[in-house]
Unconditional design. Structure first.
Length: 145
C-alpha cells in the first residue's frame, strides 16, 4: 500500500529512475551521436549513432511492454469485477469497451460503477480523463507498474 491515499490529482505513476534518469540519458545520447555523425561523417560515428538509436528504442520498449501487459491484466480484472457487480447485460456490454476506458473505470468503487458504465456506454463520458473526473470516491490502484 502507498503512503498517501490515491486520488485523481496524484494517480499518475512516475518511476524516477526511468523518467528522470534513464530516459534523459538515452535522449541526450541519441542527439549527441546523431550530431557527431552529421558533423564528422564516418563509419565509427555512424556505428555509435546506430547504437544510440538501438538503446533509445530498447529503453522505450522496457517501459511500454510491461504497460501493455498491465493493461491486459487490468482488462481481465475489470471483466471479472463487471460480472460480479454489474447486471449481466451491462457487464457484457462493458466488457467490449476499449482498454483505455476500462482502465479509467477501474478507479470507480463498486457502488459508482454501474452508473459510470452506463454513462460511458451512452457516450456521455467519452474520454478516459472525463471518466476519472466523474468518479466521486476514488478507488486507488497501488499495484501498477
Amino acid at each position: 500500500m502507498a503512503d498517501t491515499t490515491q486520488s485523481y490529482a496524484n494517480h499518475v505513476r512516475w518511476h524516477p529512475i526511468y523518467h528522470f534518469f534513464l530516459s534523459p540519458i538515452m535522449v541526450l545520447n541519441l542527439i549527441w551521436s546523431v550530431v557527431r555523425v552529421i558533423r564528422f561523417p564516418g563509419w565509427d560515428n555512424a556505428e555509435l549513432a546506430l547504437l544510440g538509436v538501438g538503446l533509445a528504442v530498447m529503453a522505450l520498449l522496457v517501459r511500454t511492454n510491461p504497460l501493455r501487459v498491465q493493461d491486459r491484466v487490468i482488462r481481465l480484472e475489470e471483466q471479472l469485477r463487471y460480472q460480479r457487480v454489474l447486471p449481466a447485460e451491462l457487464a457484457e456490454r462493458a466488457g467490449a469497451l476499449p482498454v483505455s476506458k476500462i482502465a479509467a473505470l477501474r478507479f470507480a468503487p463498486d457502488e459508482e460503477l454501474p452508473g459510470l458504465v452506463r454513462q460511458v456506454l451512452d457516450g456521455k463520458l467519452a474520454k478516459s480523463d472525463e471518466i476519472k473526473r466523474a468518479i466521486k470516491n476514488w478507488r486507488g490502484d497501488y499495484f501498477r507498474v
